[in-house]
Write a protein that binds this ligand. Sequence first.
Ligand SMILES: [Zn+2]
Length: 387
Amino acid sequence: MITIENGTILYGKDIGAIKANIVIDEGIITEITKNKVNSGKKIDASGSIIAPAFINSHVHTGDSIARDIGDGKSIDEIVKPPNGLKHRILNKTPPEMIINEMRQSMKDMLATGTTTFVDFREGGLDGIKLIEEASKGIPIRKIVLGRDDSFYDKEIRKSEIKRITKTLLKSCDGIGLSGFGEIRDEVAQLITKTCKKHGKISAIHVAEHEKVQKESVKSTGKSEVARAVEANFNILVHVTAPIGNDLELISKSESSVVCCPRSNGSLSVGIPPIMDLIKHKINVLLGTDNIMFNSPNMLREMEYALKVTRGNYREYFSPLELFKTATKNAVKAFNLNNGCIEEGKIADIIIVEEISKNPVLSIINRTEVKDFKYLIKEGNIVSKKVV
Ligand SMILES: [Zn+2]
């Protein structure tokens, strides 16, 4: 049992600041009370902010091996499967090296307050095995979305797609596809249907930039977003360049959207329309995307996202709304029980120095690794040694 005392808690689904004590028992937040608690190990959180640990809703840990390689090349040259620079590097790198770099990225995530990440894992079953190996002994929660190169095969039979998808799903949490540029609609639909049947997550990159949207309309008469909504994907990654009634279509669907502002900035493809997505009542999440061109640091992602969005709209954008994209909004999308500080929730919590009197902005604007006092994952204090 742990009791956290005297801190400012960013409490509940509204992330409102309150002063109270938190009791954690067997990994679960069992009590939040203004009264004094006289049991368990005590953590004095005076002068600290207690917040939900972050959920990074979109990462590719596999390209940790290629940090900052290819800068200045086009998006297709860098990441488009199967022959983009990233895929060529991955193909010629020994698995042990890939595993080591993936491990380092997971440690980087813990060191910056992330306890859950959603990895888009390339390379079929072998790729999934790599992340299983890489994450051994690291106290981080991973949601692994696999894919297989056969999905790009124009000749492949439907029964074969179904078989491969089912096999993958036995070892991971869902399927994460690179995009409609590489696969046919009927393959996408078969994959989402199979995921749904097995209670797994389906995700795809869409509308990352204008060119892919134009190509989609030219070849099918529909935007990538329309095709993804029609196929019933749970998670749409990017939606940086929506067209026509794309946002209305998403708002009528069950899909959540993961925005990756630093990734879009790195690749010179735009700024995600986060405020428009929120105005359309779409569930917005935040991800750091390829480690090849971004550190998996949600603090950096949040600060960039807040300021580039204000600059883009020339309008005030609430830090609180943004903070939710890195925490509680992911709860619904991935069916999690962490992501906010409430009784009954899993205790995934950060305790950081209170640097300014605005707790949410204090975290987004000012928190550095040195300001972390504790990281708690499922009620366990993650030791500095692990990180
Ligand atoms: Zn991605």
